[in-house]
Ligand binder design. Structure first.
Ligand SMILES: NC(=O)c1ccc[n+]([C@@H]2O[C@H](COP(=O)([O-])OP(=O)(O)OC[C@H]3O[C@@H](n4cnc5c(N)ncnc54)[C@H](OP(=O)(O)O)[C@@H]3O)[C@@H](O)[C@H]2O)c1
Length: 284
């Protein structure tokens, strides 16, 4: 890449990986512009295309976080990528999800991957991370009254720290040519069942934590009924939990070490660092 601007537009810039990607890029001497609807450097709303051109002004690379909690967005993203290429963007690092390469092309998360691969005007890297560990300390899968409610049966997942995903993303954005066309699946170093996650949280907080292995349909229906996700997102919830239930959850691999030179964070270390968050959850 010969462009000297070296400015990254970080979509989802206030989110769990985007905020860290921006901070780490600046630490590496590059410019980063966070973008989201609220509280970022620039206002960016997927549903308001008038915000897109300004966000892209002077940018030569993009950390792509697509609309969250949605199933239909590939057309919107394609239009944005057209605009980005025209505005001088030469590399996109896309935050996809684990196993999306197995999804049919009409599923939007896969359609965006295929769209990127077809474009000649820019290079791309795809990240397909496992479930992030942060799910257990925020509103996604909180500990409520001493229990984690998630329908995963005895299935395991190689939960990964969002900071490790961000570290991989940053390498691809700092040296896009070295990671052009690369596909990485950041995972944690251990496959853990949710019962094992509960045991670790109990150990670091000193509180009793159990797991509630709810019926999958009751869990999905409850999430929709409570307004946590739109009704059409139920299909994604079924897919995300179904892969774990069927024993096809993510498995540890060496991608984080290969790209960053560092070992991925263990759930024990993550839990020790975040023990206060569970104490606060229980105090609510
Ligand atoms: N959660 C996991 O375990 C996991 C695992 C693998 C992959 N992923 C993928 O990672 C991506 C990010 O998910 P996340 O749950 O970690 O979320 P997140 O990045 O922590 O938060 C979402 C970000 O997107 C912004 N955003 C939301 N709606 C937007 C809109 N309409 N226009 C512009 N920006 C918007 C939010 O800011 P504002 O609300 O201020 O706009 C926020 O910065 C998703 O594509 C997900 O599939 C997640």
């Amino acid at each position: 890449m010969t462009d000297s601007r070296q400015t990254t537009l970080v979509l989802g810039g206030t989110g769990r990986t985007g905020s860290l990607v921006a901070r780490k890029l600046i630490g590496r001497g590059l410019k980063a512009r966070t973008a989201s609807r609220h509280g970022a450097d620039v206002v960016f709303d997927w549903d308001d295309p008038t915000t897109h051109a300004r966000a892209l002004d002077g940018v030569d690379r993009v950390y792509l976080v697509t609309p969250v909690m949605r199933v239909t967005y590939a057309g919107l993203v394609s239009d944005f990528l057209d605009l980005a290429a025209g505005a001088g963007v030469r590399h996109v690092t896309y935050l996809s999800t684990y196993g999306s390469d197995q999804a049919p092309p009409e599923v939007d998360i896969r359609a965006v991957e295929l769209d990127l691969a077809r474009r000649g005007a820019l290079t791309y890297s795809i990240l397909r991370p496992a479930w992030v560990m942060q799910n257990f300390v925020d509103e996604h899968v909180p500990v409520v009254e001493g229990a984690i409610t998630l329908p995963t049966r005895g299935g395991a997942e190689a939960f990964v720290d969002a900071a490790d995903i961000a570290a991989v993303a940053v390498e691809t954005l700092v040296e896009p040519d070295a990671h052009a066309g690369a596909e990485y699946a950041p995972t944690g170093p251990q496959s853990l069942t949710v019962s094992e996650v509960a045991d670790v949280i109990a150990e670091v907080t000193g509180e009793s934590v159990t797991r509630n292995d709810i019926d999958p349909e009751a869990w999905v229906g409850g999430a929709v009924a409570a307004g946590f996700v739109p009704a059409d997102y139920a299909v994604m919830l079924r897919w995300l939990t179904g892969t774990i239930i069927s024993g096809n959850g993510s498995r540890p691999n060496g991608d984080i070490e290969k790209v960053t030179g560092r070992q991925p964070t263990t759930f024990q270390d993550f839990a020790r660092r975040n023990a206060h968050a569970w104490t606060l959850q229980e105090a609510k």
